[in-house]
Design a protein around this ligand. Structure first.
Ligand code: NAP
Length: 517
């Protein structure tokens, strides 16, 4: 089956070389895509001409209702999405839930945000600034959506949530979307869009199946690019001549060497220790470690480093790797043979400075190791003081490294070596250390999670991205910022200062909502 693209309000197939989508357990082709010969320029024009005006004509509440309708439709067909995630990504039920339930919850959240913003199209900041001696001449800042198209380029690990998390924010902002999923796992995005596309005005959302070659050739100054993927691809896209020339808004979510630090107060086998061990084991296993937020560096007090490593190893050792169709399986495959090769090579590189504490059984249950793309769970330990690579190389699979520290200052210094990450978590009941560390790590992270006994049972996990909180990180992580409630809408809006009379400002306020993004 050739999965077509949805451009200019029609399902169209490219003509040329087809790229197969493969079941990563069975190694068989399940579908193919071809992005060649498609008129992407015309599709972008159509979105700007049809989708943009239709969305901007609607109030925030009306756009929110569209998102709510999409969420309801997707929610009703859950079983289909779980089957597709299994077939195309090799996802266990828990792996798929992160993507599918994350999709539905994020859409519902932005639907409710639309309702809160209400029956208005215009946002105006509270308060005026007086500019001269004349009190009648004042300034106020207002926000309007950009008139271009949002080009969303997504990574392979979240074909559902990656697409809808970005699209929800753009659509609520009144900006049409052209979304390009990563080819290898794109079937879920394709199926979901087929199910809901009729709910949206023409041109509000388009889907490009295929490599995306030529996608940026038609970018204009009013467009927004939002990219999730590797730092290498991000560099390439940023350097694209058309992007350089047009200078569109460009959000990047890239690699991340997320740290999770166990506090200096923690002793082996106490409650917070057990919470940490439980969570870090899950970090390695869930989605076979293919999460941008996975805790890659486990920074722990040297005095209990062996206890941490042994306890996590025991959890990993009791998990079965294999075909997710078998209900006893807790670790599925990576999405492709290519990813398997890259991750095994990365682990080998990490082992030039780290030792292997735990390596799972290499023989998958109910699958052929030669055909499928499994990587056994790995726990490494690095005691070297000059272990640069552990803080720089992201093995995008089921692998994390225990890094012991000797004093509280070193715990923070080691976490900072990630050079900018999406998330850092701190597990400790010592509030003095946790708050100091949390604040010192803030400028290198988009999100900091502080876990103590009080929230041990209720917190939302190191990896989970909540739509209320910003997602993104500085430096190595790309410098982007997504979601975060209305904060994520900022990139789709222009803030404008209007300098005029107080009377006119009062008139503008009549139809606007007092709000700042
Ligand atoms: P990737 O190879 O960089 O690809 C990302 C996306 O870019 C894919 O859709 C890819 O399409 C597309 N692409 C590549 N070249 C392009 C071009 N010339 N024009 C237009 N699109 C192009 O990354 P990946 O392997 O999918 O994902 C793994 C990486 O993503 C990891 O490094 C991970 O850390 C990062 N990631 C980050 C986040 C985050 O939020 N920070 C989230 C998830 C993943 P094809 O599929 O056709 O190659």
């Amino acid at each position: 089956m050739l999965l077509s693209s949805y451009l200019q309000g029609k399902w169209v197939s490219g003509e040329g070389v087809k790229t197969p989508l493969v079941d990563p357990v069975k190694g068989v082709e399940i579908a193919s895509v071809c992005g060649e010969s498609l008129d992407i320029n015309a599709a972008m024009e159509y979105s700007r001409r049809m989708g943009g005006p239709a969305l901007r004509e609607m109030t925030f509440a009306a756009r929110g209702r569209l998102l709510g309708a999409i969420a309801a439709r997707l929610s009703a067909s859950r079983d289909v999405w779980y089957r597709t995630a299994l077939a195309n990504s090799g996802s266990t039920r828990a792996d798929a839930a992160m993507d599918i339930e994350g999709t539905i919850q994020t859409l519902r959240y932005y639907a409710s945000l639309g309702e809160k913003l209400g029956e208005t199209k215009l946002l105006i900041e509270p308060g005026e600034d007086r500019l001269t001696r004349d009190p009648a001449f004042q300034a106020v800042h207002f926000w309007t959506p950009v008139s271009g198209v949002a080009v969303h380029i997504n990574a392979f690990n979240f074909p559902g949530w990656g697409m809808w998390g970005k699209a929800a924010v753009a659509l609520l902002s009144g900006v049409p979307v052209i979304t390009k999923p990563a080819v290898s796992t794109s079937m879920l995005a394709w199926e979901m869009l087929r199910d809901v596309v009729g709910l949206l005005p023409p041109g509000a959302i388009s889907l490009l199946m295929g490599s995306g070659q030529g996608l940026l050739d038609s970018i204009t100054r009013d467009d927004v690019i939002s990219f999730t993927g590797s730092a290498q691809t991000a560099r390439k896209l940023r350097a694209h001549p058309r992007v350089q020339e047009m200078n569109p808004r460009f959000n990047v979510e890239a690699d991340s060497l997320n740290a999770s630090v166990l506090g200096p107060d923690v002793v082996a086998n106490e409650s917070i220790f057990n919470v940490y061990v439980e969570e870090m084991s899950r970090e390695i296993l869930l989605k076979a470690g293919q999460k941008c937020t996975t805790a890659r560096r486990l920074i722990v007090p040297r005095s209990i480093a062996s206890s941490v490593a042994d306890s996590i190893s025991a959890k990993l050792g009791s998990t079965v790797m294999g075909n997710p169709r078998n209900p006893g399986v807790g670790l599925g495959p990576l999405v492709t043979k290519q990813q398997q090769a890259v991750v095994l090579e990365s682990i080998e590189k990490l082992c030039t400075v780290a030792t292997v504490v735990h390596k799972g059984n290499a023989s998958p249950v109910d699958a052929d190791a030669n055909i499928a793309s499994f990587v056994p769970a790995h726990l490494l330990r690095c005691d070297a003081s000059d272990a640069g690579i552990v803080h720089e190389l992201e093995a995008f699979g089921p692998c994390s490294t225990v890094i012991p520290y000797d004093n509280p200052e070193q715990s923070i210094a080691l976490a900072r070596l990630g050079g900018g990450s999406l998330v850092c978590s701190l597990f400790s009941n010592d509030s003095e250390w946790a708050l100091r560390a949390g604040l010192q790590l803030g400028n290198l992270h988009g999100r900091v999670l502080l876990v103590d006994d009080a929230v041990a049972a209720s917190h939302t996990d190191h990896s989970i991205v909540m739509p209320q909180c910003v997602h993104g990180g500085p430096g190595r992580a790309g410098g982007g910022e997504e979601l975060g409630g209305t904060r994520g809408m900022r990139i789709y809006h222009q803030r404008t200062a209007v300098q005029t009379s107080a009377d006119r400002i009062a008139k503008i306020r009549e139809s606007a909502l007092e709000f700042s993004l």
